[in-house]
Design a protein around this ligand. Structure first.
Ligand code: SAH
Length: 354
């Protein structure tokens, strides 16, 4: 980065840093940076440590000619560095019009406006242009839907280097058997390799958030797995809803069996992009997986079907579990290969999850 840009950025960061101290009297959800109020519910925590900002750009391993996507540029602390690198172009998606103005003005002040396009809108909803790399300190509230959109949408890119809440990042890189391992990790692992790059202290942000952060690299696999993704995503939702129970116990519950029976009987499947996107954006929600657990309930009626039909369906489930020899295993400790093998056996017996 050229020295003039660097010193300008350092001065800006120092200014924000000093204003941080004076913001302590602000209401809990806001902080004042001298121009406008920062809204914590919108994840407006500006990264102000120049060393960390430089390190993010270094880790992103940008190449000359790259098209970069940034989500939530804020006042442009990271954007300015991306623009000053040899990349071809930066597209930044920002929801707050005040931030759109701020980052646009900053690029103009650096004489780099021609390299920047700002899309004003919600990054979860907006269409992204083609990009090679995504580099961003994102609002943490949209971590799951954004990662789902990047990985399960129609985008092809080299890497996403994202600053995320530390606990979220730890779940993302967890492996089977780790206590944090969950549906998010299993689904992401299915299509990408994920690497923890560095931890970042909450003290490096203005206003200071309650949580620490970690920088993560997500690298989509070259070859996509041979699996029906919406079906896989619906399957992992069922498995990880009770990730510490055995599969045998999960798929013995009457309510679950009847739900699956109804789904499998449905002749008209919802198809089309909108439905798929709906499934996809919901699949990585990263809450308490165990919260989805159902009580056993034998009184759920299945209109129009006999007990024999439901009984035969139960036998098909049992047969898939038997053939897989996985009935005694718990989803939280299973590899994706094992899960994929079980899904195949279910599907072969006409048991469908979406
Ligand atoms: N990247 C900047 C700012 C991070 S704060 C920095 O590191 O300093 C997060 C930014 O994301 C804020 O500017 C906020 O307005 C924006 N934002 C919040 N929700 C968003 C959404 N759904 N889509 C796009 N931008 C969003």
């Amino acid at each position: 980065m050229n020295r003039a840009v660097s010193s300008l950025l350092t001065r800006h960061a120092a200014r924000l840093g000093s204003l941080c101290t004076s913001s302590s009297s602000s209401p809990a959800s806001e902080a004042w940076d001298g121009r406008f109020r920062l809204h914590k519910p919108r994840g407006q925590h500006l990264l102000t440590n120049p060393r960390i900002l430089d390190a993010i750009v270094r880790h992103a391993a940008l190449r000359p000619g790259d098209a970069v996507l940034e989500v939530g540029p804020g006042t442009g602390n990271l954007t300015a560095r991306l623009l000053a690198s040899p990349v071809h172009h930066v597209t930044a998606v920002e929801i707050d019009t005040r931030m759109v103005e701020a980052v646009t003005a900053r690029a103009a002040a650096l004489d780099l406006a021609q390299k920047l396009t700002v899309i004003q809108g919600d990054a979860v909803e907006a269409d992204f242009p083609e990009f090679d790399v995504c580099v961003a300190n994102i609002p943490y509230g949209i971590s799951s839907p954004l990662i789902a959109k990047l990985l399960f949408g129609a985008y092809r890119f080299r890497t996403a280097t994202l600053l995320l809440q530390k606990e979220f990042a730890q779940r993302l890189v967890a492996v089977p058997g780790d206590s944090e391992y969950n549906r998010l990790a299993a689904n992401v692992r299915m299509v990408a390799d994920v690497k923890l790059l560095m931890d970042v202290s909450k003290r490096d942000f203005v206003p200071m958030p309650r949580v620490d952060s970690s920088l993560v690299e997500i690298r989509p696999r070259e070859a996509m797995p041979d699996v029906d993704l919406p079906e896989w995503l619906a399957f992992t939702r069922e498995c990880f809803g009770q990730k510490n129970k055995t599969l045998g116990a999960i798929f013995k519950q009457k309510r679950k069996v009847l739900e699956l029976f109804k789904r499998s009987q449905r002749t008209e499947r919802c198809a089309g992009d909108a439905a798929r996107t709906g499934i996809i954006l919901g699949v990585l929600d990263d809450g308490n997986d165990e919260a989805c657990s159902h009580e056993d309930d034998s009184s759920v009626p299945v209109a129009g079907f006999s007990e024999e039909e439901v009984g035969a369906f139960k036998e098909r489930i049992a047969s898939a579990l038997d053939s897989s020899e996985l009935a005694g295993k718990r989803p939280s400790k299973m590899s994706n290969n094992e899960l994929m093998c079980l899904l195949k056996l279910f599907n072969e017996r006409g048991i469908r999850f979406q």
